[in-house]
Structures are given as structure tokens and as C-alpha cells.
Design a protein around this ligand. Sequence first.
Ligand code: FAD
Length: 443
Amino acid sequence: MSRMQVIRVAIIGAGGGGLCALRHLMGPRSIKELNGDHHVQFEAVCFEQAAKVGGTWAYTDRVGTDEYGNNIHSSMYKHLKTNLPKQCMAFPEFPFPDDIPSYIKHQDVQKYLEDYADSFGILKYIQFHRKVQNIKPVHVAGSLFDLKWEVTTSSVLDSQDRGETESFDAVIVCNGNYAIPSVPTLVGEELFEGHIMHSHNYRKPDSFKDKVVVILGANSSGQDIALELSAVAKKVYISHKKSPLKSRLPDNVEQKPGIERLDAPATVTFSDGTSVHADSLMLCTGYHYDYSFLAPECGVEVDDYRVTPMYKHLINTKYPSLAIVGICKRIVPFPFFDIQIRFFRAILEGSLVLPSEAAMNEDIEQDYLSRLDRGRPHRYSHEMTGCMFEYLNELADMAGTERIPKMYESIYDFAAIQRRTNLMNYKKMNFAPNESGDGYMIL
Ligand code: FAD
């Protein structure tokens, strides 16, 4: 006799991660047979605080707060083009359109996510303008993992809303990592009279015309914004502690070591003792994780950019029906989410049986220690440089699901070299998959 098990899942956020979760739970393959006589049916609800899908790709000119007083989530700037080619950004089953180049505008990505939601018929499962305020586990014997989740949400349209609490069997957190700026404390910042801003609030270059700008941080945003500003600014300094960027840079862009202090009226002194006058200081210093809606009982902790106790950077080992998607950095986000969610779905369906809590915690520890051994500091605990595809293949194999096509890795590796060595021009390149589908051609 077949038995139908209904699993209710709360999804937090309708950016790329949340949409992918909805697609795999509620899209065409939502009902899966297990052992021939056992059916699992998902009932997913996605809570999204904004008015539309897209998450960080839903560009807005606004900075600070929106019309309802909520913090602006998107960190996109007006002229942003992707720093990954569309061929390795796409969800594996849903390519970007052919008639746009490889490096695309943020509007193209937003449209792509809207099309993805439309095409899998998942919009109807999203409750917009609902912000998740609190999530807490409650022990209920006989439930999935003997646990239920109480999820409290409130309307962002009504500041008096006292909130509603619903019960779920599982939770997938997809709230994004690029909304809460990490702002360093700089010696002398109270003396500095120039303009200081974080890249989260950067939208367009106009106000930097003929100015001298110091950019602190040389990761993706720092590099990208430095190039964008160099077209209008008088001089751009990129201050960072990494080894020097290998690419040729525009003539008015110069690299500097880390900032030692700021002084009145507008002086920036670097750790090599040199000083420059700066009209503006742009902090491209990254973002904090924010899981403040997870009650302490959930057991999830963030310690200096490390989230624990997350098996495979994804599953809460204390309560495995809670997953946090997309904790990892330096990834191809959409394909990455795709595998992580198929892995989690296999756990919920029962086709993937997890190791014991102790064994999962041991796995986390080994991963962490091997990173330290390889010289990766604690704060890079979730960085996937050099191990991303190995990780994705491991998850796919464990879940008994298809791996990411080989083509992704080939283009990703090639594009990474281009970005490192040819920062000024790499976004002009165009690719296409080759005939066998495991590599690429340069067009
Ligand atoms: P998000 O897109 O941030 O979506 C999270 C959603 O959760 C949002 O809609 C938010 O409103 C909602 N939410 C948050 N908290 C709550 C709550 N409490 N209740 C209800 N809803 C909530 N990736 C690429 O592949 N290529 C690129 O070129 C690229 N460039 C980037 C450039 C910038 C400047 C930034 C910031 C990111 C870039 N990324 C790029 C990475 C990008 O973050 C991912 O592509 C992806 O969009 C992340 O999706 P997400 O769903 O994890 O998060």
C-alpha cells in the first residue's frame, strides 16, 4: 500500500536561492517515489519581504531604507555587468537567452530570474511583503526528525502587524549574504572630512567626477567599482592587503597597501607610510551574515564569518531539517544553489540518510582544519576557491542526482584567469559551449 507523506517547508527569501528551492520542491518533479510504495509531497511557502522576486538583482536607485522603512536589500549598482559569464551562472536546466552576450547587465539577470519563476509556475507559492521575524524548533514526536519549526512572519506594509506563526516540517533559509555591510573601524575616521560610503550604497559614478577616491578592498566589488570610477574620477587608489593585482589597470588607478589611519581634513595614510588626499573613501569590505531571525534554540552561530554547525556548509547538524543555502563564497551561485537544494530535498525525501550528528560535526571540523592547514584563515571557512566543483560533485553523488555539466568548470576556470590577468577587458569576451558540451568555444 502506498503512503503519502506531506512535508511542509518554509523558504526564506525569493532571490535565486529561494526560487531554486521552490522549483525543486513545487516544480514539475515535486512528487517523488521512494522505494516504489512511498510518496513524498512537498507543500512549500516562500516568504519574501520585498514586492518581487530577484533578491539582490532587483536593482533600486534607493539607498538606506525603502518606502516602508526597511533596509534596502539590493547591492547592485546601475551599470553593473556580471563578473561571471552567463554560461556558468545559469541553473543547469535553464540557460540564459542566446541573444545576450556572455557578461550581462543586472537587468538581464533579474529578467532571467523572473522568467525562471514564471516558467516553473512557482510564483503562486510566494507571499510577498512578508518578513520572517523568528524561527524556532519545537520537539514533536513522530514528525520529521521529531521536530517542527514555528515560523513567525509579519507584513512589512503594516508596522502594527503583530505577526502570524505557522508550523513547518523543514526550513530553507535563502536570505542572501550581501545586504548587511561589514564596516571596519579605521583609526582617525572621526577626523576625516571626506565622504565615506560602503559599496552597498554605491549606485552610479556621477558624483565622483574629477574626485580622488580611495577604495578599500580589492575583491570583486572593489575591482569592479575601481574600474567604473576610473572613467570619471581624477585618481583612484585601491588599498588592499592581498598580493598585487596582476592585471594591467587604467593609468589613473594605483594600488596601495592597507590603510593605517585617516587624518583631517581628508588624508589617507597607508601601511607603507605614504599618504594621499582623498575626496572619498569607498569601503568595499564585504558583508556580514545575518541570521538574527533564527532563535538561539536553533543552535546556529556566526563567529567571525564562520557559520556553525553546518554539515557540508548547508545542514544544521543539531536539527537537520534546517538548511541554509548559499553560505559559501567564491562560487557560481545559481548552479551551487541547485545542487545544495537537490541534496536537501533528498534528505527530506529520505533517499539520503545523513550520518550521525557526531559524525557530521567531525566532518565539519576536518573541513575547517584542512582549510587552516592550507593557510586559509578562519574567516574564509566557507570560501570555495579551488574546491567548489569537487564539493558540488560530492553532494550530487551523495544525493544520487546529476552533477553540474563539465562545461561549467571549464568556462569558470578560463574566465577566472581572464579576470585575474585582464581586468580591463575580460567582460568583452564571449563564449559558447562546444559541440560535445563539456567545454567552450571563444566567439
Ligand atoms: P539574494 O539575492 O540576496 O536574495 C535573498 C532574498 O531574501 C531577498 O529577496 C530578500 O529580500 C529576502 N529576505 C532576506 N531576509 C528576509 C526575511 N527576514 N524575510 C523575508 N525575506 C527575506 N552572482 C553571479 O552569479 N554573478 C555575478 O556576476 C554576481 N555579481 C554580484 C554583484 C554584486 C554587487 C552582488 C551583491 C552579488 C553578486 N552575485 C553574483 C552574487 C549574488 O548574490 C547571487 O547571484 C545570488 O543572487 C544570491 O541569491 P540569494 O537568493 O542567496 O540571495
